[in-house]
Design a protein around this ligand. Structure first.
Ligand SMILES: C[S@@+](CC[C@H](N)C(=O)[O-])C[C@H]1O[C@@H](n2cnc3c(N)ncnc32)[C@H](O)[C@@H]1O
Length: 441
């Protein structure tokens, strides 16, 4: 733990400045020489602290009125979070925690580090629940989510379904890999996995997708991953391009494409990138997209860096099929990206919804007669999913819903037809929403 503690602190500081947990940990691991066990410990602490952030922060807040978490600086904040995890969740002794972390403490007023830790240690879990009288605020501490999100879930589905769903947002979803048929094939990958003792099962509903049961080496370190013969992709995400069902002589648009997981899958389904246009707004993400498509052998794709809401001004043709996978709250991915649960504010949700509406309206202008739009999000909020679709169909009578195939989740009936909803506690993948909107002739 002596070697890992400064790495955990440094990761917590970087993540608080806005970086994702995965990117931060990957960079730290590339830069340091640590064993597999130390790497697991680093992942464990950073993920656990971010999953339980409200619970941990409440211990710190309740233990003292002489300083505020906001004002003590990111270094001390990270230090107190790790200390609290060790004391209150791992139940380590105070002298052990002091010895391990004392050197990283920056003086707060005239408070000794031992005084702060003592009062965190003496704070009881019952004290955290004081004044939490309604169900949502209790569940918020029990399942580590902002209260407003729990309230929204209860409004959407009621208490029973919400209670069934919440534990799944704390567990990692299964790991899936998609065989990249532009560079390899299922037989080859299965042969190689067998020789490397990687245990897997085939996913029936999604061709060329394997669920990893156990692997002696982390998948991102195996040759097939590094060379782009396989891609790590959630089952729900891989289902989206199959729902699009791209064909060779069609014109296809991926409106929000980076990092290119779905674009590359579309190319693999067609057997080439010809006819595919991939758009992204962001400079850096467009660069990542091009790099990724190159690695995956998805050549001949037209990549355009622009605001997809303006695309109709820049081109004079329309598309047979459009994939719109817009930016969203990511609330279906809280288990694998726990930092997102604390970053999203209610006003951000409104911002996402407005952007999604505008992008969908732009997709409509770019769709050929008889063509279709596949709209997908990794969100669980109705605001970003069925509500958007209902209001779009009310405003655009020349569009209607068609059933989505394959079906890996629920076919939920809304006023205008069926949408596909995928839930982490029921469908062995992250939360997703997929809908097919067809344009009339
Ligand atoms: C959910 S991600 C897309 C993930 C991608 N479809 C995949 O499967 O790998 C959303 C992307 O939309 C891009 N984006 C955001 N606003 C946009 C806009 N107005 N026009 C085009 N792209 C946009 C973001 O930069 C981001 O890369």
């Amino acid at each position: 733990m002596n070697k890992i503690a400064p790495l955990i602190l440094s990761a917590l500081e970087t993540i608080e400045k806005g970086k994702s947990i995965r990117v931060t940990l990957r960079a730290i691991i590339e830069d340091t020489n640590i064993t597999k066990e130390e790497e697991s410990m680093l992942y464990y602490y950073v993920f656990e602290i971010y999953r339980k952030l409200n619970f941990i922060d409440l211990y710190i807040k309740n233990s003292s009125s002489s300083y505020s978490l906001k004002k003590i600086g990111v270094e001390n904040r990270s230090l107190l979070r790790l200390s609290t995890h060790l004391l209150k969740i791992d139940l380590k002794s105070l002298p052990d925690v002091l010895e391990l972390l004392q050197d990283y403490y920056y003086q707060i007023g005239n408070l000794e580090f031992s005084t702060i830790l003592n009062s965190i240690k003496d704070t009881s879990e019952e004290q955290l629940y004081e004044n939490r009288d309604d169900l949502a605020s209790k569940l918020s501490l029990q399942f580590y989510l902002p209260t407003w999100i729990i309230r929204r879930f209860i409004d959407q589905w009621g208490e029973k379904f919400t209670l069934e769903l919440l534990p799944s947002l704390l567990k990692n979803p299964p790991l899936y890999i998609r065989v990249n048929t532009l560079k390899s094939n299922l037989d080859k990958i299965e042969g190689s996995f067998n020789s490397q003792n990687i245990e897997y099962t085939k996913v029936e509903e999604v061709e060329n997708l394997l669920k990893i049961i156990k692997s002696p080496i982390p998948i991102p370190r195996i040759k097939e991953y590094i060379e782009g013969d396989i891609v790590i992709q959630q089952k729900a995400s891989a289902a989206v391009s199959l729902v699009l069902n791209p064909q060779e002589d069609e014109r296809i648009l991926d409106m929000c494409a980076s990092p290119g997981g779905k674009t590359a899958h579309i190319a693999a389904l067609i057997g080439s990138g010809k006819g595919i246009t991939a758009v992204d707004l962001n400079d850096e993400r467009t660069r990542v997209l091009k790099q990724r498509l190159q690695l995956l052998g998805a050549h001949d794709i037209t990549v355009i860096k622009t605001d997809a809401r303006e695309l109709y001004n820049k081109i004079d043709y329309t598309f047979d099929k459009i994939l719109l996978d817009p930016p969203c709250s990511g609330s279906g991915t809280y288990s694998s990206r726990p930092e997102n649960r604390w970053r999203l504010k209610q006003r951000d949700l409104r911002w996402y919804v407005n952007l999604q509406k505008e992008l969908l309206q732009s997709a409509a202008r770019l769709t050929k007669e008889n063509g279709c739009i596949i709209y997908s999000t990794c969100s669980l909020f109705h605001d970003e999913n069925s509500d958007i679709i209902t209001s779009f169909l009310q405003d655009n009578e020349n569009f209607f819903l068609e059933k989505t195939n394959p079906n890996i989740g629920f076919q939920t009936k809304i006023e205008a037809g069926n949408v596909q909803e995928v839930f982490p506690h029921l469908h062995e993948t992250e939360g997703f929403f997929i809908v097919k909107i067809k344009r009339r002739k």
